[in-house]
Every structure is written in C-alpha cells, then in structure tokens.
Design a protein around this ligand. Structure first.
Ligand code: PEP
Ligand code: MG
Length: 591
C-alpha cells in the first residue's frame, strides 16, 4: 500500500481516454537519453555506488529477459533475437570496467560515469557511414535508458542495503506515440498521463485495449514533481492527482469498490448473446491491435474480432513483415476466434502511425496524406504479401478482410484487383484458402458515405470507422488537443453520415457494423439500436457494459428516438436525447 506523500496534493485536469483508476509511483519518460545530474561523491561512497550499479544491471538483465520471453511467446523465437544483442551490450566488459574506473578515480556518481562512457560510444557510432552500424546506436541508447532508469529506482532500505523499488509505475510523458506505446513494458505500466494527446489518437485506443487507465491533454506537469512521487490517474473523469492526500485516497478506494461491484454484476453476461430487450440480435465483437489481447477477447465473451488493426504488428519491427510471419500471426488470430472469426484490416499506415523508412520527409498534413489504402496501392508488392498472408490464414478459421481509408470507388476496385491477383498467385503454387472470403470496406471518409450505394455493390459488408469519420466530417484533427472540444461524435452531421451508410448497406443487401470508439459509448447505444446496426466492435474491456446497455433497450422505442434526432441542430441536443434514454435504461452503468 502506498502511503500519501508529505508534498501537497495537486490536481490536473485533462481528458480521460481510458477508464479506470491507477495509483503508483511516477516515472517521467524522456524521449532521448537524459543526462543525469553531475554529482561528485566521497571516496567512502564508491562501494555503495558500485553496489547500486550491479543491482541496476541485474534488474536490467531481468527485464530484458522477460521482454524476450514475452515477444518470443507471442511472435516466435526469431523475433526475440534482438534482445540477445541488448544483453551483449549490457554486459560489455570494456564499458562496465570503464564506468567503474571513472567512478573510482574521478569520484563521479555512477549515473554520471555510466552516461559519459555510453554517450561517447553512441556519438561515435552515429558518425559512421554504414547505416547498419549507425542503427546500433539506437540499441545502445535503449539499453542505457533502462540502466539509468533502474539506477534512479534503487533506494537505500532501513538496514542500509540497497534494493529496487516496486517495479510497477505510472508513466508521465509529454507525449506517447503509437510506436512508444507498442514498446511499453506493459506489465509494469499501471497507467499513464501525457501533456498532449486526444481520445481517438491510436495511443489512447491502445490504452483502452490494454485496459490501462489513461489521461491525456494535461498541458504541463509541474516542475517540482519528481520521479517516485505518488500519482493517481482517474481515467473516468480525466483527472491526474499528484501526491494524493489520505482523504482523496479513501474517496478513490470507494470508487474502485463501486466499479468492482458493477463488474461483478456484469459477469453473467460473458456467455450470453447480445440481444435488445425485444430480442433483436446485434453481433458484439472486439477490436485488437496485438495478439496478446486475444485472451481478453474470449474471456469477455466477444463474438470474434471485428477489427484487427494489423499495422501495429506491422510497424513494430521490419523483420516481422515477411509473408510467413504475417501468416503465422493471422492464423493464430483465426484459430483463437473460432467459430466467430476475425475481420483483418489491411495496414492503415499514415496519419499518426508513421513508419520511418516510408516517411523520411514529414508530410504537411499527414491525416490528409499518404495513408491506408492509398499507400497500400502504391506499394502493391508489399500489399499483396499481406493479402496472401490473410488468404493463407483463411484456411484455418473464419477470416474476413477489409480495406481502410476508402475515398473513391476506383480505390476499392483497385484493392479488389490486387486481392484477385493474390488469390491467383496462391492458386498457382497450390496453396489453399477460403475461396469465398468475405470482403468489406471501411466507411470513414464523407466521400465514401456519399457513394455508399456504389461501394456496397463491391463488398460483402461495411464497417464504419467513426474515429476518422468524425475527424473528416467536422474538419477536426483527431490528435490535436487544441481543437479537441470540436471533435464531436454527437454532431448531427456525423449521425446523418452514419444513418446514410447503414441505410445504403441495407438497401444493397449487405450488413453494416461500427468499429470506431463510439461503438462502446453506452450513451450512444440507443442510436445504434435505433438505426439497426448489425455489428458493434468494441474494446474488450468495454464489451460487457455495451452488452448490458443493449439488453435494456427496445428497438422500436430507439427507432422513434433516432427519428427525432433528425430535428436536432447541435451535438448537445443529440446527446441530451441519448442521455435521457440511457439514464432511464441503465443508470448504474453511467459512472
Ligand atoms: C476508425 O477510424 O474509426 C477506425 C476504427 O480506424 P482507426 O481508429 O484505426 O483509424
Ligand atoms: Mg480509421
């Protein structure tokens, strides 16, 4: 149990992007290798500094091994080889001896000595022309950051010996990119808070999938707040409380208990279908970004995966992109989601998900730039590698595929042509796949909504990507916190776009789902029921709440309410109507 600090409590207001409460010691994340304080020590302190160093090295070794095990279990052994290189760097005798010598002879603190020695290596590697060797600087920096972090966390215990503080943390960072979040040591992160960010950034989406409470857009952390101070993240209300006092801790204890009792109450829904009060069925599936989330998907009783965002797996490391690796990954998902199946979305790189080798020069407007299907069609060979891998996996379970970021009919037809080529390539070499694989289009751009009848004739289903649809309908960059208040899923124009898409799908005899974040907004559930949405794909952590909300709604009453929404001119008016119905139907779910 963490006892309150003597520093005064400070409350910071941001945007809650992933519900839940996290309390723990803070860790501030710097982007680069941060220079430690220049501290000299007394000769008598040398032994203590050496002990601290060996403790930090042992802890670093353990963390690297643990990560290696984790990656090897999820992605296969050859992908975890990079960590062997990290261990070699960590244990390089010439570096370690030099660090100890600097501390002994120059009486510099061990942090400063380590930093000076390692930094010299990094700087000289960065000057080398060979790109492979230059890249190694990144690995050394990665290991060095870990060692310095572990050095910061060694503390003197009551008996004078040194030990490492408990290793779970709340992360505080200026920003976390999706690739930072991919490489987070997930077991150790209790929650996180960032100075910038927005609810539909991919970092926020990942926090929700991983059930990590998170708050973004805090603007600035106070300067006097240091690593190790206690921090409380309230992901429900978008609050970050630094050095919470005992009254606050007690208040949050009771909130956590209330939340726990709601969750216990939802448990029986895990193995039930999702039916409205008048027995209309809606498929409730889950969104995933990593295969590690599959456990949560079946544990929460999802009917398969409605959106597998393949780019996170794709972005994390170049060597994961071979056809064999992708096939193995998709096959794992296909087998784990039987009998319901998985909808695999082809890569949606671009926007806030940039891979450095494709985006050497920044684009002026990445969200309006080279993204999703545009990039895939331009890189057709890589695209077909992914399509073949998806097709191969379709022999092992129910696999559907869908294309992101469709803005024209030609793009959808172009993507289908590549799919036919990929099928032909597999037939030629005698590889079997599901010849009747279903294909869908994501509807997330207003131009796609306006030609939905044409698009519907090309595919088996639509999945509405509201995260982008809101962004492009309202002209609000989804990751810009300055205009976050204008990012309004309840905007009447957004509701009209969704209505038009569902109606076009049904007119053309295909089904229509929603896989954006609003699918699990239980205040919006009456609209989804009223519009006759066929499928909702939500973060696994939000699944049971969504199922309970739907079970309390009557489709006829919801349809009447949804019709009345046509008369609303503002987001507030739309939200007001929905909230009234939600509060009447499932008040206990609205924390
Ligand atoms: C969306 O846009 O709603 C969506 C599901 O895709 P992404 O969030 O990955 O852009
Ligand atoms: Mg999208």
């Amino acid at each position: 149990m963490i006892s309150p600090e003597s520093k005064p409590e400070t409350r910071l207001k941001g945007i809650g992007v992933s519900p839940g409460i996290a309390i723990g010691p803070a860790e501030r994340l710097g982007k680069t290798l941060e220079e430690p304080e220049h501290l000299y020590i007394e000769a008598a302190q040398v032994a203590g500094e050496k002990a601290r160093f060996s403790l930090a090295l042992i802890a670093t070794r353990e963390q690297i091994l643990e990560l290696q095990e984790q990656i090897s279990a999820t992605e296969g052994e050859n992908h975890s080889a990079i960590f062997d290189a990290h261990l070699l760097i960590l244990e390089d005798a010439s570096v370690l001896n030099e660090v100890l010598r600097v501390t002994e002879t120059k009486l510099k603190s061990i942090e400063w000595a380590y930093y000076t020695v390692v930094k010299r290596y990094i700087d000289s590697l960065r000057k080398i022309a060979d790109p492979y060797l230059r890249e190694r600087a990144v690995d050394i920096e990665d290991v060095a950051k870990r060692v310095l972090k572990n050095l910061r966390w060694t503390v003197e215990t009551a008996d004078g010996s040194r030990s490492l503080q408990p290793n779970t943390r709340v992360l505080l960072a200026h920003d976390l990119t999706p690739s930072d979040t991919v490489s987070l040591d997930r077991k150790r992160v209790l929650g996180f808070a960032t100075e910038i960010g927005s609810p539909t950034s991919h970092t926020a989406i990942m926090a929700r999938s991983l059930s990590i409470p998170a708050v973004v857009a805090l603007h600035e952390f106070p300067d006097d707040f240091s690593a190790g101070d206690v921090v409380l993240i309230d992901g429900y209300h978008g609050l970050v409380i630094l050095n919470p006092d005992s009254a606050t801790l007690a208040e949050y204890q009771s909130l956590a208990e209330r939340e726990k009792s709601v969750l216990t109450d939802l448990e029986p829904l895990k193995h039930q279908e999702t039916l409205t009060a008048d027995q209309k069925k809606i498929i409730l599936s889950a969104n995933i970004e990593f295969i590690e989330e599959l456990g949560g998907v079946s544990e929460q009783g999802a009917e398969g995966v409605g959106l597998y965002r393949t780019e996170f797996f794709y972005l994390s490391r170049i060597d994961l992109r071979t056809e064999e690796n992708q096939t193995a990954n998709y096959r794992t998902v296909a087998e784990a989601t039987a009998p319901h199946g998985v909808i695999i979305r082809t890569v949606d790189i671009g926007g806030d998900k940039l891979c450095p080798e494709l985006f050497e020069n920044p684009e002026p407007n990445p969200f309006l730039g080279w993204r999703g299907i545009r990039l895939s069609l331009d890189e057709a060979d890589d695209f077909r590698i992914q399509l073949r891998a998806i097709l191969r996996a379709s022999a092992f379970g129910k696999v559907r595929l869908m294309f992101p970021f469709i803005s024209t009919l030609e793009e959808l037809q172009g993507a289908r042509t590549q799919l036919e080529l990929a099928k032909e390539e597999l037939r030629l070499i005698g590889v079997s796949f599901d010849e009747k694989i279903e294909v869908g289009a994501m509807i997330e751009i207003p131009s796609a909504v306006m030609i939905a009848d044409h698009l519907a004739r090309e595919v088996d289903f639509f999945s509405i990507g509201t995260n982008d649809l809101v962004q492009y309908t309202t002209a609000v960059d989804r990751v810009n916190d300055r205009v976050a208040h204008l990012y309004q899923p309840y905007h009447p124009a957004v509701i009209a776009m969704i209505r038009e898409t569902v109606e076009a799908a049904h007119r053309n005899g295909i089904w229509c789902g929603i896989c954006g974040e609003v699918a699990s907004d239980i205040v919006m559930a009456p609209i989804w029921v009223g519009l006759g949405i066929d499928e909702l794909s939500v973060g696994a952590a939000q699944l049971l709440r969504t199922r309970r909300a739907i079970s309390r709604l009557d489709s006829t009453v919801c349809r009447e309410m949804t019709d009345r929404l046509r008369t609303c001119g503002t987001s507030d008016a739309v939200r007001g109507q929905c909230l009234e119905m939600a509060a009447k139907s499932y008040p206990e779910l609205l924390i």
